[in-house]
Design a protein around this ligand. Structure first.
Ligand code: T4K
Length: 356
């Protein structure tokens, strides 16, 4: 069986060296020492300040919205995982969609300004499959219209643009460290804020509204990352170069075999690739469904990331034709560090050749 994603498991002994420290100190959560170490190491790995680690990427989005005061209506992409929209709805914010570009699959900046109305307080564009959005175009529109921008960067671990981290864009950027991501803490996530004061506000929010002196302040919840999550995060981070290198080999092998037969995502030319996903777009949904059936019968379980287009499920009958078209035709192929070259070739053969 070849699955779409397979969590990276670091060598057990390496993980145990971190877990031993948890046992030595008997400190399991609440701003622990492994969490602090991971925060520092991720901060230098990305080259960013103002980073806050939390329990998962969905909570990270919700905390970012609250810390920045988003309410009313927020513009977002219909082509994403459900969490992008459901996190807004969960916070009582109305998601209004802006359709995507048919080649990059990111929010179409040309449509963004037209969608703004008097209720709009912000935008949540998605660096989908780790492909950087048009951050300059979005920034210009946001400044002109006084909108806050929270990037859903769940897929964008390690991505850089114009030689700086993509996480520097907007008022905040949110990462997911879920087990299926190229970098993970089992469950987990992070927010990178532009403004240190907003970070301080968010720190209180994830700890019941308490400040560092344990005084109660504003609204709060419990979204803290625990020490076992941080231990896994440190062990996976030790291996990140190897993970990236192997994913790059797999990604390029797919690209060289499939680029003439399928539409592939057009990457932002100023951004780096983290090889998080390998999406292929079929001519039509029928072709996708029959190939998917064939893959499944040969034990290859691919995923329809991201289907359905979110405007078909959430929001008030907004119709996003480009997102619906891509969502109906896109399939993500297996990419994970211990996928073998032979397995990649099998997947490509199944996509390119008929059974007869
Ligand atoms: N924004 C965006 C744009 C996102 O893509 C996501 C999450 C979020 C926000 C929210 O972040 P988190 O709150 O999740 O941190 C998976 C992940 O659960 C989800 O994190 C991710 N995006 C989404 C794209 O994919 P499912 O429902 O597809 O997962 P599942 O269980 O079907 O697993 C996917 C593949 O991995 C399968 O082939 C099975 C395999 N697998 C999975 C797990 C959990 C394993 O082999 N072992 C495992 O332990 O959502």
């Amino acid at each position: 069986m070849i699955l779409t994603g397979k969590p990276y498991l670091p060598e057990r002994k390496k993980l145990e060296t971190y877990i031993d420290r948890i046992y030595d100190q008997c400190w399991l959560t609440n701003d622990g020492f492994l969490l602090r170490e991971l925060t520092d190491r991720l901060s230098s790995y990305f080259g960013v300040s103002n980073i806050l680690l939390v329990t998962n990427g969905t909570f990270a989005l919700q905390i970012a919205y609250r810390a920045l005061g988003l309410d009313g209506t927020v513009l977002t992409s219909p082509f994403s995982f459900a969490a992008t929209t459901t996190s807004l709805e969960w916070e009582g914010i109305h998601p209004k969609y802006v359709d995507i570009d048919s080649e990059t699959f990111c929010m179409d900046t040309r449509l963004l300004e037209k969608a703004i109305d008097s209720e709009t307080t912000g935008a949540v564009p998605v660096h989908v499959y780790g492909n950087p959005c048009d951050i300059e175009g979005i920034q210009a529109i946001a400044e002109k219209n006084r909108l806050k921008v929270v990037y859903d960067a769940a897929h964008a671990f390690g991505v850089r643009i114009d030689d700086r981290s993509i996480l520097c864009a907007g008022d905040a950027s949110v990462l997911s460290f879920h087990a299926t991501k190229l970098y993970h803490t089992i469950e987990g996530g992070a927010i990178v804020f532009r403004d240190a004061q907003v970070l301080e506000r968010a720190k209180g929010m994830i700890n019941f509204g308490m400040n560092s002196e344990k005084n109660l302040g504003g609204p709060g919840t419990n979204a803290k990352m625990n020490e076992f999550q941080a231990a896994m995060g440190l062990a996976v981070l030790d291996d990140i170069d190897l993970i990236m290198e192997r994913r790059s080999e797999i990604w390029h092998r797919y690209e060289s075999r499939l680029k003439d037969s399928f539409q592939l995502q057009r990457r932002n030319p100023n951004g780096t690739n983290n090889y998080a996903y390998f999406p292929v777009v079929f001519q039509d949904e029928e072709a996708l469904l029959s190939t998917d059936k064939k893959l499944t019968s040969h034990g290859v379980i691919s995923r329809r990331y991201f289907h359905p287009s979110l405007d078909t499920v959430y929001g008030d009958n907004q119709i996003m034709p480009v997102s619906r078209s891509i969502a109906g035709r896109v399939l993500c192929l297996p990419v994970y560090a211990d996928l073998t070259d032979g397995q990649v070739e099998v997947v490509c053969d199944l996509l390119l050749f008929s059974d007869d």
